[in-house]
Design a protein around this ligand. Structure first.
Ligand code: DHE
Length: 568
């Protein structure tokens, strides 16, 4: 059986060292399938840990499958023609499962023989033939019990107490240390490093730009106040045992009032007070998929706050339902449910901020929601596993306004034409919601694309590409002439740091407030000192290397101004 190292799939993400501390720290029962291979209590504990570290991200906690296949011991599925399909890990058996785990599959599963020992592979092959573990639910009372209001509102500053240009601060994820570095974008000095949730995932800004919210994979939300002399954590709360998304209320009159957090486990979203994190409401996302099938684990993927209505766009991964949650009356919550396509993941606004475009990644589609009418505007076919981050908006010389997404599974960046009400843009109407161009990349494995209204460049990374020279580089397209091959920039080399055994993935381009610098993270080994390399956007030359012994596994960066106003 050949190894499937070269498949740069979403699955590679799950192969990264993600210890879901939240899920691991809760006690829960595991039944044993009567015909499943026996396991000792110690082996089960190992299986449980490895499953949540490596497998749950793609296969789901209940193992019903998402980007990865269904891994239940036995399953049966009614097909549209009336026939029944059956399968399951018990049918495959220990030998076959060991081979799949060790060598990977053509379907996108990567090999684990260089990550797990032979014994661990054997344990995992037996573990997944047993009935899946079901972690406990997480209620409003659980949220309240976890809530820590460290600095009440009346003990916080009433004006900015520091001289830092807050608009140009970068909240920087230090992934494997579970910390957030707040970097002054003007001086490029690290201003403060704060503890956040485990394997902290994203940061978002309050509408005022004063508060930074982060969410950890363990479901811990952290509220940081930038008005203190040094950024200070003023409240924390847990929203579940596994989470990825957070956003605030941005509509006029609701600035900094509410916060919403989306959980993977339990599958639900939670609403909190924006300035204290006091829990207000929890809403389950369990329900029917777009195919009319019940799903017990529809995880909450990306969430974004509308600028034109008091609404959040909540994307529910497994069901393919996009929820518009109206936060103007939380007691009598009104929700519009929009059918799109299964496996919703990440996305961003078009240039007008009327349409939200979200990748239905394992369906190879991008769904566009019209937040003005509350309807699906389009479902656009893309190449394999679109992964836009928040995407990138620019004027195409021939097709007008476009939004760009890269792909994990194909070597292209797709440009999708987006509508514009401007008179001078009506000539482009004929192209709306079509993929108007596919820019060739050096390989598959792109995660993020980025541009800025003041820039004529499109920066693209390739952190999931199997070739080191691509993983450690970014490619920059010239928006004035897209027929030109992109310029390759070797970020690892530019960092000047010594070569390490671990790959140093160049990841997540982010612009500064002025739109004339691009910051790239160099995501190195778990204990390696790494860096953020800052480039001049025009000349593509290094301006500064930000490095420090505490700069370990930097990944996402969130410039205050650009995140506050959704500029990308
Ligand atoms: Fe992410 C965004 C989920 C792995 C870096 N990631 C998101 C979002 C979701 C998500 C749902 C959208 C949030 C939003 O907009 O509200 N990510 C997942 C996973 O399920 C997955 C595949 C596996 C896992 O177990 O977590 C995963 N993500 C990763 C990584 O390994 C990355 C590359 C490095 C890291 O720091 O963990 C990573 N994800 C990011 C970043 C964003 C993100 C930087 C925000 C992009 C932006 O510009 O907004």
């Amino acid at each position: 059986m050949p190894k499937h190292k070269s498949i740069p799939d979403q699955l590679r993400l799950a192969a990264l060292p993600v210890a879901l501390a939240g899920l691991l720290n809760v006690a829960y029962a595991q039944e044993t399938a009567p015909t499943a291979p026996a396991m000792t209590a110690e082996e089960k504990a190992i299986g449980k840990r490895i499953y949540f570290e490596r497998c749950a991200g793609c296969h789901g906690v209940l193992r019903k499958g998402a980007t990865g296949k269904n891994l239940q011991p036995e399953w049966s599925k009614q097909m549209p023609d009336g026939s029944t399909q059956t399968g399951g890990t018990l049918k495959l058996g220990t030998n076959r499962l060991e081979k799949i785990i060790a060598m990977g599959t053509e379907g996108g599963m990567v090999n684990y023989d260089d990550i797990l020992t032979k014994e661990e592979i054997n344990i995992m092959a037996r573990y997944i033939q047993n009935v899946p573990d079901v972690p406990p639910e997480f209620s409003l009372a659980d949220m309240r019990a976890s809530w820590k209001l460290l600095v009440p509102v009346d003990q916080r500053p009433t004006k900015q107490m520091n001289k830092v240009n807050l608009k140009n601060v970068f909240g920087t994820t230090l992934r494997d240390t579970g910390k957030l570095a707040l970097i002054d974008g003007d001086t490029k000095e690290i201003w403060q490093i704060l503890d956040t949730g485990y394997a902290v995932h994203i940061s978002r800004l309050s509408a005022s730009g004063r508060y930074v919210y982060t969410v950890g994979r363990d479901g811990l939300i952290t509220l940081i106040d930038l008005w203190f002399e040094k950024p200070t954590t003023v409240a924390t709360i847990r929203i579940g045992s596994d989470a990825r998304s957070v956003d605030t209320s941005k509509f006029k009159g609701y600035e900094d009032k509410y916060l919403i957090g989306g959980s993977y486990w339990p599958p639900q979203y939670s609403i909190m007070a924006g300035d204290t994190l006091e829990p207000i409401k929890v809403v389950s996302t369990r329900g029917m998929t777009v195919d009319g099938e019940y799903h017990p684990e529809p995880r909450v993927a990306s969430i974004v706050s509308s600028h034109i209505k008091p609404e959040w766009v909540v994307n529910v991964k497994e069901t393919g339902q996009i929820l518009l949650v109206d936060y103007s009356d939380i007691k009598n919550l009104k929700t519009t449910t929009i059918e799109s396509a299964k496996f919703l993941h990440d996305g961003g606004w078009d240039a007008s901020k009327r349409y939200f475009l979200v990748a239905a990644n394992a369906s190879n589609k991008v769904a566009a929601v019209d937040t003005k009418t509350g309807k699906l505007a389009a479902l656009v076919e893309t190449k394999k596993i679109p992964h836009p981050g928040r995407g990138a908006n620019f004027m195409h010389p021939k097709y007008g306004p476009v939004w760009a997404t890269g792909h994990l599974g194909d070597a292209v960046v797709s440009l999708i034409s987006t509508p514009s009400e401007k008179k001078e843009h009506q000539q482009y109407k004929q192209y709306n919601w079509k993929v108007v161009e596919e820019l060739p990349m050096a390989g598959a494995g792109n995660l993020f694309v980025k541009t800025h209204p003041k820039s004529t460049h499109l920066w693209t990374d390739l952190p999931m590409n199997p070739e080191r020279e691509n993983t450690e580089s970014v490619y920059v397209f010239d928006l004035k002439d897209l027929s030109k091959a992109p310029v390759k920039i070797d970020v690892a080399k530019d960092s000047g740091l010594p070569v390490t055994k671990a790959l140093r993935r160049a990841v997540h381009p982010e612009y500064n407030e002025a739109g004339d610098e691009v910051w790239i993270s160099l995501w190195g080994g778990k204990t390696d000192q790494s860096a953020i390399v800052v480039y001049d956007d025009k000349t593509m030359k290094v301006k500064k290397v930000i490095t420090d012994p505490q700069m370990i596994t930097p990944t996402g960066k969130f410039n205050v101004w650009n995140t506050q106003y959704d500029i990308y």
